[in-house]
Design a protein around this ligand. Structure first.
Ligand code: FES
Length: 160
């Protein structure tokens, strides 16, 4: 191989290297642009809607736990409330004790009444609630946003 052929070969290699590097940069730019324009849909808002069941599936005075979603639904004579089961003290999961008509937290002994107000213990506020809509006779709970409140009032009830 002559010196001229070696030089040509080196020049060709460098040229191919530049072409490859340029192709990678352009590919990244196109890929990034496409990913920006068509982002993957993951964990969308619709995934956090709990369709709890039909209105008549909830007898008045009954508290129902949706364990996976950590949501309690309480149907009272004036309407529905959906509570977060997460204690407002240090986020333990509360349980409904039907015999006493209270929510109880196993961690530090808090008790909440049937509308989520603190009866005793360290929680700084009532149990958080979720917005409810009644759509085609079904209870739909928007678990995307827990609503903090200072106390219970009747406007928080959703009537069927
Ligand atoms: S976490 Fe519930 S009382 Fe402390």
């Amino acid at each position: 191989m002559t010196e001229e052929e070696k030089g040509l070969s080196r020049r060709k290699m460098i040229g191919y290297g530049w072409i490859a590097a340029t192709a990678i940069v352009i590919g990244e730019l196109i890929g990034g642009t496409l990913a920006f324009l068509w982002p993957k849909v993951r964990g969308g808002k619709a995934e956090k809607l709990l369709i709890a069941g039909k209105v008549d599936d909830f007898p008045v005075g009954k508290v129902v736990l949706f364990r996976k979603e950590k949501v309690f639904i309480n149907r009272m004579d004036k309407g529905f409330l959906a509570f977060s089961a997460i204690c407002t003290h240090l986020r333990c999961i509360v349980r409904w004790t039907e015999a006493k008509n209270v929510f109880e937290c196993p961690c530090h002994g808090a008790k909440f009444n049937a509308v989520g107000e603190v009866l005793e213990g360290p929680p700084p506020r009532p149990m958080d609630i979720y917005p409810i809509e009644i759509v085609e006779d079904k209870i739909v709970v928007d678990t995307n946003r827990a609503i903090q409140r200072k106390k219970f009032n009747r406007s928080q009830l959703v009537s069927a």
